[in-house]
Design a binder for this molecule. Structure first.
Ligand SMILES: C[S@@+](CC[C@H](N)C(=O)[O-])C[C@H]1O[C@@H](n2cnc3c(N)ncnc32)[C@H](O)[C@@H]1O
Length: 308
C-alpha cells in the first residue's frame, strides 16, 4: 500500500478493535503502530467515531533523527508554521519541544506558534516516526447526539454507535433496528444517509426513539413490535440486543430474537453480551468478524455477518 495518510485513533483499549475496524471500513486503513493507522485514502474525519486526527504524510523514518533527515532532503519551505508532536499512548518518551525544534531546523521558513499559517504533526512511536501536514478536522458529527432528549442505560456510547454504523451503513439503504431502545444507532445511521426503521417491544422506548429522531430533524420511524415477529425486507440490520435488569431475555429468547432478526436483511451487525455464533449460523448467515467491546457499561461483542 502506498500510504499517503496516517490517522490517529481515539478511545481506550476497550474500543481498540472497533476503532481499527472502523478505520478499515471507512478508508481501508491498516494498523502501523499502537493507535495509528495508514491509508492511501483521505477519510472524512468528522463522520467517524474514532479517527481523531491525521496527517498527509510528507516524510518518515525509523527514529526522529532519520525522519528529520528525510524532511531536510525534501527541501520543505513553509512560512509561519507550527509543529505539533502528538503524545500517543505507547509512543516514544521524548521531549515534545526538543522534537519540534529538531524538525523546525530542517524546514526553510519561520515558525509561528501563536497564529500559524501551516500546521505539521509528528507521530513518534517505537515502530517509526511520521511527519506530515496536519489534516483539518471539525467537530465530530456523533457529538451532537450526546444532547439527545432520551437515553437508555443499556445504549452504546454515541462514539461507539457511530463506529458501528460506519462498519456497514451506506447512504440511501434501508436500515432496521428491531430492538431500537432510545435510537442511538438509528440516529447515527440516519446521519449517514440511511432510511431507518426502528422497533421496540417497550412503548416508552418507541416514544424515546421517535422523539430523538424528530429532535435532530429525522422522520419519526419507530413502532412498537416484538422483534421475534417483525417482518420485512431491509438492506441492513443494526441492533444492540436486550440485556440487563430493564430488559433481560433468557438465552432461549435471545436465540429466537437472533433467528428472526437475521432474516430481515442480507447483512447485519448484532451487539450482544452473549455468544450468538451458533444462532447466527443456524439462521443461515456467515460471520464476517466478531469484535470484542469491553470497558463500555458492560462487556459485549459485536457480530458482523452476511447472509449468502
Ligand atoms: C440494549 S437496548 C437497545 C439500546 C439502543 N441501541 C439505544 O440506543 O438505546 C435493547 C432494547 O430491546 C428492547 N427489547 C427487549 N425485548 C424485545 C423484543 N422481544 N422485541 C423488541 N424489542 C425488545 C428493550 O425494550 C430495549 O429497549
Amino acid at each position: 500500500m502506498t500510504c499517503r495518510y496516517i490517522y490517529q485513533l481515539a478511545g481506550d483499549d476497550g474500543s481498540r478493535d472497533l476503532a481499527r475496524s472502523e478505520a478499515e471500513a471507512v478508508c481501508d486503513a491498516e494498523q502501523i503502530a499502537y493507535r495509528l493507522v495508514a491509508s492511501d485514502k483521505r477519510a472524512r474525519l468528522e463522520g467517524t467515531g474514532y479517527l481523531a486526527g491525521g496527517i498527509e504524510l510528507l516524510a518518515e523514518g525509523p527514529d526522529v533523527g532519520a525522519a528529520c533527515e528525510a524532511v531536510r532532503r525534501l527541501g520543505l519551505a513553509a512560512e509561519q508554521f507550527a509543529i505539533d508532536v502528538v503524545r500517543l499512548p505507547g509512543g516514544l518518551d521524548l521531549s515534545r519541544r526538543d522534537t519540534a525544534n529538531a524538525f523546525a531546523l530542517v524546514i526553510e521558513g519561520r515558525p509561528n506558534l501563536d497564529d500559524p499559517a501551516e500546521r505539521f504533526t509528528v507521530y513518534a512511536t517505537p515502530e517509526g516516526v511520521w511527519f506530515g501536514r496536519a489534516l483539518e478536522m471539525g467537530v465530530p458529527q456523533w457529538k451532537r447526539f450526546v444532547a439527545k432528549l432520551h437515553d437508555c442505560s443499556s445504549a452504546l456510547p454515541d462514539q461507539a454507535a457511530r463506529a458501528v454504523c460506519n462498519l456497514e451503513v451506506r447512504g440511501g439503504e434501508r436500515v432496521v433496528d428491531p430492538c431500537c431502545g432510545s435510537g442511538t444507532l438509528l440516529l447515527n445511521a440516519s446521519d449517514l444517509g440511511a432510511i431507518v426503521s426502528g422497533f421496540d417491544i417497550n412503548k416508552k422506548m418507541v416514544g424515546a426513539t421517535n422523539a430523538n429522531l424528530l429532535y435532530f430533524g429525522f422522520p419519526a420511524s419507530a413502532e412498537q413490535a416484538d422483534a421475534t415477529e417483525v417482518g420485512g425486507n431491509y438492506d441492513l440490520v443494526l441492533t444492540n440486543l436486550p440485556y440487563g435488569k430493564m430488559s433481560a431475555v433468557s438465552p432461549a429468547d435471545e436465540l429466537r430474537l437472533v433467528s428472526n432478526i437475521v432474516k430481515l436483511a442480507p447483512r447485519g451487525v448484532l451487539i450482544t453480551t452473549n455468544e450468538v455464533t451458533d444462532a447466527v449460523q443456524e439462521a443461515g448467515a456467515r460471520l464476517e468478524r466478531v469484535i470484542p467491546l469491553s470497558k463500555f457499561t458492560i462487556t459485549r461483542q459485536l457480530y458482523q455477518y452476511r447472509r449468502d
